[in-house]
Design a protein around this ligand. Structure first.
Ligand code: SF4
Length: 262
């Protein structure tokens, strides 16, 4: 049957519009800001386990070193203060054995500032080319020889401050020369001595200068002259960086290092 159309158009039920959801009222909660922390004061406490050994222990350490090696020597070859100065300048970041190999022939023909200058920078370079940083070092040796001739009557000055004005000469080099050439009780801090002092510990410090000044205060006068040699040799042959040989260490009963292996 045909469907009759209604005379009145049937209104489609309009969908009831939902009111847009009301934005949730934001609760105004006051969030307290964390109070600013007061600036931390540097601690004046010494780190645990890093107390330097006392004066009696320091005396005992050097008494034992002295007993076992009364006249410790450095291991660089030289024939006079000038060749000592040159050898120490060449030894930066190089082994004493390597430097001795190179200087044997060099010092045979140039053991004074005049002879070194006469040799010339280029030939000095040839002699020391087996040593690290040889170009810079050869130049420094040539220039310092010139300066010794011009300003110091060809003599090595007996003053740490003056030595440090020469090319290639820093505080450690000056201390070695003052000690070995002139018998002054200076303490030259190399990488071995730095490690040993911080390990035992005797003087504690983050820089070679801090260690040098710290040791100067605590080493008894009777041991000062040879102190740096004893400590350097101890660090080079016993208290080694990677594996200290504590089982044959003379001072293992005094050392408080956490690196100690017994
Ligand atoms: S006991 Fe070991 S760590 Fe301590 S000084 Fe001797 S070798 Fe070095």
């Amino acid at each position: 049957m045909p469907v009759k159309k209604s005379p009145v158009p049937i209104k489609k039920k309009s969908a009831t519009k939902k009111a847009p959801p009301r934005k949730a009222a934001r609760a105004k909660v006051a969030v307290a800001k964390p109070a600013a922390k007061p600036a931390a004061k540097p601690s004046t406490k010494k780190p645990k386990g890093r107390r330097p050994v006392g004066p009696e222990a320091v005396h005992e350490i050097f008494a034992r070193f002295q007993k076992s090696n009364p006249e410790p020597k450095g291991e660089l070859d030289y024939v006079n203060p000038f060749t000592l100065l040159v050898a120490v300048v060449l030894s930066a970041q190089a082994t004493d054995v390597g430097v001795n190999k190179a200087t044997r022939a060099l010092f045979a023909i140039a053991d004074t500032p005049e002879k070194m200058v006469a040799l010339g920078e280029e030939r000095i370079r040839d002699y020391v080319k087996s040593i690290g940083l040889f170009r810079t070092k050869a130049k420094n040796v040539f220039l310092l020889s010139q300066q010794l001739i011009e300003n110091y009557n060809s003599e090595v000055p007996r003053s740490r401050d003056i030595l440090q004005t020469l090319p290639g000469v820093g505080r450690k080099t000056a201390n070695v020369v003052m000690n070995m050439a002139f018998g002054e009780p200076t303490i030259a801090v190399d990488t071995h001595l730095f490690r040993v002092s911080n390990r035992i510990p005797m003087a504690i410090g983050k820089t070679p200068l801090a260690i040098e000044l710290g040791l100067e205060k605590i080493i008894p006068a009777e041991f000062k002259r040879h102190a740096h040699h004893w400590l350097i040799l101890h660090g080079r042959y016993i208290c080694k960086a990677r594996r200290p040989e504590c089982e044959r260490c003379l001072i293992s009963d005094i050392c408080t290092s956490s690196d100690k292996i017994l």
